[in-house]
Design a binder for this molecule. Structure first.
Ligand code: BGP
Length: 470
C-alpha cells in the first residue's frame, strides 16, 4: 500500500514546440521559437523544432504507447500560432482539429488530458507588436484561451494558463538566452506583469465558460538553501526566495505582489506599472490549483560582483556554475555549487527532499491549494546496452522523487498528480536531442522510430500498483 490516494493521476508531460514538429504544416504560423532557433548560435548545434519528434504526424502511435504504459493523464501544450497564426483573428481550423483529434485519442484510452495554454511559443506576429511587453498581448491571450475553451472545453477538465514564468521571462528578458533575447530587468518585470494580467483574464473567462473543470498556473518549484549560515548568505537566500517564489506565486495564489518587494522594484525602476483595475483583476482570479515543476535545488550566496550566466549545454559535468563566474545579481545574490551536492551531468543538483520541502513551503504560505507535480525528471545521455536503453539513473531519480511526494502527502499536502518530464525523448530548448528525459527513446538515425526504455516498464508497474511497486 502506498499513501497515494486512489484518484491520484499518474501521467507524463510534454510541450508543443518540443515534440510536434510540423512547424509550418497546415496553416500554422511561426512562433518566436521558430524564428529564434533559426538564428545562428542560439541553440545547441543549431537544433530546432522544425521536425522535433514529429508527434504531429505520429500522435496516434504515441497515444497508444501512453496507453500501454498505463498513463492516466497527459500534460501537453497547445501551440498558439497553430490555432491563431496571427495570434488573434482568423482561426486555423486544421490546427484546431489536430488537438481535437489528440484529445479524442487520449479519451478513447481513458487518459485525462491536461492542457497548458502557453509553453513559450508565442506567435511571432504578436512579438512583432511588442510581445509580452505590450498589454495587447494579454488581450490576445484571452481571445486565444476562449477559443480553446470553446473547442475543447466539452472534453478537457484540467487546464493551466502558463508554464514557468521564471524561464520565459527570466531567460527571455534578463539573461537573453531565450527569445526575444532582451537583457533588461525593468522590461522583464513589466512583461511579467502582463503575463499575470493575461493569466487573470483567462481565469475569468474560464469561470464564465461553464467548463466543469479546474484552471491553474505552472511554476518552477525552486527550492533554495543558503551556502552558509552567515548573515550575508541568509539575507541573499531570503531575497532569492522573495524573487523566485513569492514574486511568481503570490499574484496567482494570493492575487497580489509581495508588498515589500513591489515597493522596492517600483522605487528602483518604476515597474510594474498597473493599469486601472489590475489589482482587482488579480485579486478576483486566483487559481484552482498550482502546478509545480521540480528538477533541482539551488544554493544561494551573497554576491558583490558582476557575473554572467554560463549554462552547461553539453552534458560535460562542471561546465556550468563555474567557480569565480557564478551567475547572480550584483549586490543581491548568486547561485553557487553546493560543495556537498550530488549533480547530474548538466550540473543540476539532485535533491529529492527538496520536493517535499518545497511542497510543504507552498502549503505553509498558500494554504490547502491542490497541487500537481507537472514536471520532474532526469536529463541524461542514456546508455544503450545490447540494443536496450538502460536508463537506471532515471529510474533511481524518479523513484526517489516519488518517495518525496509520498512524504509530502503523509504530511498533509493535497498532491493530486505526477507528470514526469517527459513522456518521450524530445527537443530540449537549448540542449538539442542529446539531453534525454523520456520513457521512450526516439532514434534520429532510424526515421524517428520509437523504442520503449527500461523506465517504461518500470513506470508501467508503478502505475498499476498506484505507486506501491517502485
Ligand atoms: C522546464 C521546461 C520544459 C523542459 C524542462 C527540461 O523548464 O518547462 O519545457 O525543457 O525544463 O529542461 P531542459 O530541456 O533545459 O533540460
Amino acid at each position: 500500500m502506498s499513501a497515494f490516494p486512489k484518484e491520484f493521476l499518474w501521467g507524463a508531460a510534454s510541450a508543443a514546440y518540443q515534440v510536434e514538429g510540423a512547424h509550418d504544416a497546415d496553416g500554422k504560423g511561426p512562433s518566436i521559437w521558430d524564428t529564434f532557433s533559426h538564428l545562428p548560435g542560439t541553440t545547441y548545434q543549431g537544433t530546432n523544432g522544425d521536425v522535433a519528434v514529429d508527434h504531429y504526424h505520429r500522435f496516434r502511435e504515441d497515444v497508444a504507447l501512453m496507453a500501454e504504459m498505463g498513463m492516466q493523464s497527459y500534460r501537453f501544450s497547445i501551440s498558439w500560432p497553430r490555432l491563431l497564426p496571427q495570434g488573434r483573428g482568423t482561426v486555423n481550423e486544421a490546427g484546431v482539429k489536430f488537438y481535437s483529434d489528440l484529445i479524442d485519442a487520449l479519451l478513447e484510452h481513458n487518459i485525462e488530458p491536461m492542457i497548458t495554454l502557453y509553453h513559450w511559443d508565442l506567435p511571432q506576429a504578436l512579438q512583432d507588436e511588442g510581445g509580452w511587453e505590450a498589454r495587447s498581448t494579454a488581450e490576445a491571450f484571452e481571445e486565444y484561451a476562449r477559443l480553446c475553451y470553446q473547442r475543447y472545453g466539452d472534453r478537457v477538465k484540467l487546464w493551466s494558463t502558463f508554464n514557468e514564468t521564471v524561464c520565459f521571462i527570466g531567460f527571455g528578458y534578463i539573461t537573453g538566452g531565450h527569445p526575444p533575447g532582451v537583457q533588461n530587468p525593468a522590461r522583464a518585470i513589466q512583461a511579467c506583469h502582463h503575463v499575470f494580467v493575461a493569466h487573470a483574464k483567462a481565469v475569468a473567462a474560464f469561470r464564465t465558460s461553464g467548463i466543469a473543470g479546474q484552471i491553474g498556473f505552472v511554476n518552477v518549484l525552486q527550492t533554495h538553501t543558503p551556502l552558509s549560515q552567515s548573515a550575508e548568505d541568509l539575507a541573499a537566500y531570503q531575497l532569492a526566495e522573495g524573487i523566485f517564489t513569492h514574486w511568481l506565486y503570490d499574484p496567482v495564489l494570493k492575487g497580489e505582489y509581495p508588498a515589500e518587494l513591489l515597493a522596492q522594484t517600483q522605487a528602483l525602476w518604476g515597474v510594474p506599472q498597473f493599469a486601472p483595475g489590475d489589482e482587482q483583476l488579480l485579486r478576483d482570479n486566483i487559481c484552482d490549483f498550482i502546478g509545480l515543476n521540480y528538477y533541482k535545488r539551488e544554493t544561494i550566496a551573497a554576491n558583490n560582483q558582476e557575473s554572467h550566466l554560463t549554462i552547461n549545454t553539453t552534458g560535460e559535468k562542471g561546465s556550468g556554475h563555474q567557480q569565480g563566474n557564478e551567475f547572480g545579481f550584483k549586490g543581491l545574490f548568486k547561485f553557487v555549487r553546493n560543495p556537498n551536492g550530488v549533480y547530474t551531468d548538466w550540473d543540476w543538483e539532485i535533491y529529492p527532499q527538496g520536493l517535499t520541502e518545497g511542497i510543504m513551503n507552498i502549503k505553509a504560505r498558500y494554504g490547502d491549494i491542490p497541487i500537481y507535480i507537472t514536471e520532474n525528471g532526469l536529463g541524461a545521455k542514456d546508455p544503450i546496452i545490447d540494443g536496450e536503453v538502460v536508463d537506471d539513473d532515471r529510474i533511481d531519480y524518479l523513484r526517489q522523487h516519488i518517495g518525496a511526494i509520498e512524504d509530502a502527502i503523509k504530511q498533509g499536502a493535497d498532491v493530486r498528480g505526477y507528470y514526469p518530464w517527459s513522456f518521450i525523448d524530445l527537443l530540449s530548448w537549448l540542449n538539442g536531442f542529446q539531453k534525454q528525459y523520456g520513457f521512450i527513446y526516439v532514434d534520429h538515425n532510424k526515421d524517428l522510430a520509437r523504442q520503449r526504455k527500461k523506465s517504461f516498464f518500470w513506470y508501467q508497474k508503478l502505475i498499476a500498483s498506484n505507486g506501491a511497486e517502485r
